[in-house]
Design a protein around this ligand. Structure first.
Ligand code: NAP
Ligand code: MG
Length: 472
């Protein structure tokens, strides 16, 4: 992998003030594939100053011109598709076919939606005797995780830039190389210096400095609820705007009349994708007691098709998890599930056969999971599915909502109206009805402890705007 030994600040690549570096490791073979600068508070300060200096001109740039730059950014990302996919596969361990379709493909789509929205959005509105101006919030500090490393960058950068904000990004330490590719695309797209800045570094160092910087008007964070809580407190104390995209433990509710085979197959695929490292994954499958045993059998059979393998091989459907630490965390949860009395029907805590090197986890399915069990309550972030039993629809609703999280979910029923009626009662931010398709314009974000704010589409754009009212 080609790594810059600099950070992209004020339109240029410069080394870290402190000179430290972070090694990037391939989770499939544990080999070091590159190193990036470890930014400090000093680097964050330089980046924030560049973003502040660039703000007035970018905020005053006509929306059509901002739209044109974001369109060029979209094209620059599209031109790098192969490099992006290969990079995400190398630093995250996602199967190359998934990297091509999702990790490289989705950011192009999302950037395209914001090129259009920047041009179409009504940035002014008449309300009685007022003219309401929708102005950029200012300088955005964006902190992103490793699980969808480029998507999560674009889901913040594209709307922030469309709104007229400038920004500083601190990407996850595990996946900084694709963030460098993004900065290259920004440069090629002709965004003015300082509008987008990249500081690689450690969360508690560079991330914390960014979230607490007085020159940052808004902090947009995606990651764990534990860190999100701290960032929210820090931002609250400084009266900054904050957006938090946090964890989930989403329910896949299969109502009695549903096409069981289809629902279970889609449910297993949803959990195994990206090695289960998806905040919106449907990690709790809820099945009526009459069809429970059949569903468990179907799930075990579907899981057998996810054989852990080399992510660089186009035939691989399940790669490793991102890091040794993540593997410890996931296998720890699998052990806890066994100890608490759930029935292991596929997988388990030991390394998959022939995959002792690399951070592989066996695709795992638990049956007889009850709502109090740890594996039904906590976000595991690995290829682990819990199947729970319900007695009737009210019971299914109670179990589905019995979570501190509320990010996503699915409902399957014999007819759509029944599924929609159930979905209306769920306390969660997104629900897919009978296998509904992903919509890049639909607001994405959490109820309860899954977060604050929404990303994507027009709702994601308004997160980066504030209003000023002129009265006549
Ligand atoms: P994390 O620690 O929350 O990391 C997310 C981002 O925040 C990274 O850029 C991280 O930097 C940064 N960060 C960490 N500590 C910080 C601090 N004190 N101040 C400011 N920024 C800070 O998540 P993780 O360690 O990568 O993963 C831990 C668990 O979080 C996972 O097992 C999973 O359950 C959950 N998670 C959820 C999502 C989601 O989309 N909801 C995404 C990722 C992880 P570093 O990379 O340097 O740590
Ligand atoms: Mg971390």
């Amino acid at each position: 992998m080609q790594a810059h030994n600099g950070m992209y600040i004020d339109g240029d690549w410069r080394p870290a003030a402190g000179g430290g570096t972070i090694e990037v490791v391939n989770p499939a073979d544990e080999e070091v594939i590159g190193a990036v600068p470890a930014g400090s508070a000093e680097d964050v300060d330089a980046a924030v100053r560049a973003a502040r200096a660039a703000l007035p001109a970018w905020a005053a740039t006509p929306p059509a011109e901002r739209a044109a730059r974001i369109g060029a950014l979209r094209d620059a990302l599209a031109a790098r598709r192969e490099a992006i996919a290969a990079t995400v596969t190398a630093e995250l361990g996602a199967p190359i076919s998934f990297s091509q379709a999702v990790h490289a493909g989705l950011p192009v789509t999302v950037a395209g939606t914001y090129a259009a929205l920047a041009a179409e959005h009504p940035f002014e509105e008449r309300l009685g005797n007022s003219l309401v101006l929708h102005e950029p919030v200012g300088v955005v500090g964006a902190i992103t995780p490793w699980n969808y490393p480029l998507h999560q960058i674009v889901a913040k950068a594209a709307p922030a830039l469309a709104a007229g904000c400038t920004m500083v990004l601190k990407p996850a330490e595990d996946t900084p190389l694709v963030a460098q590719l993004f900065a290259e695309a920004v440069h090629e797209a002709g965004l003015p210096p300082g509008v987008f800045n990249l500081v690689t570094g450690l969360g508690p160092v560079a991330g914390q400095a960014l979230a607490g910087h007085e020159g940052v008007d808004m902090v947009s964070f995606t990651g764990s609820t534990a860190v999100g809580r701290r960032i929210g407190a820090l931002a609250g104390g400084a009266v900054k705007r904050v957006a938090l995209e946090l964890g989930g433990k989403s329910a896949n509710v299969i109502l009695p009349g549903a096409d069981l085979a289809r629902a279970v197959k889609a449910g297993v695929a949803n959990v195994m994708a990206n090695s289960g490292q998806t905040c919106s994954a449907w990690t709790r499958m809820l099945v009526h007691t009459d069809r429970y045993d059949e569903a468990v059998e179907l799930a075990a059979a579907a899981t057998a098709r996810y054989v852990p393998g080399d992510p660089a091989d186009p035939a691989t459907r399940l790669g490793p998890v991102v890091s040794a630490r993540q593997r410890e965390r996931v296998t720890g949860y699998i052990r806890t599930g066994i100890e608490e009395g759930a029935t292991l029907v596929a997988g388990g805590p030991d390394a998959p056969e022939g995959r002792e090197r690399g951070w592989y986890v066996r695709p795992t399915v638990f049956a007889d999971v009850t709502p109090e069990m740890t594996i039904a309550r906590e976000e595991i972030f690995g290829p682990v599915l819990s199947i729970l039993r319900y007695q009737d629809t009210e019971d299914a609703l109670r179990i589905a909502d019995d979570s501190v999280y509320g990010l996503a979910g699915a409902v399957w029923a014999g007819d759509e109206a029944e599924a929609v009626a159930f979905a209306r009662r769920l306390r969660t931010g997104q629900v897919d009805i009978n296998g509904g398709r992903f919509n890049p314009l639909a607001p994405f974000g959490g109820y309860k402890q899954s977060g604050v704010g929404r990303e994507l589409g027009p709702h994601g754009l308004t997160e980066y705007l504030q209003t000023k009212s002129l009265q006549f």
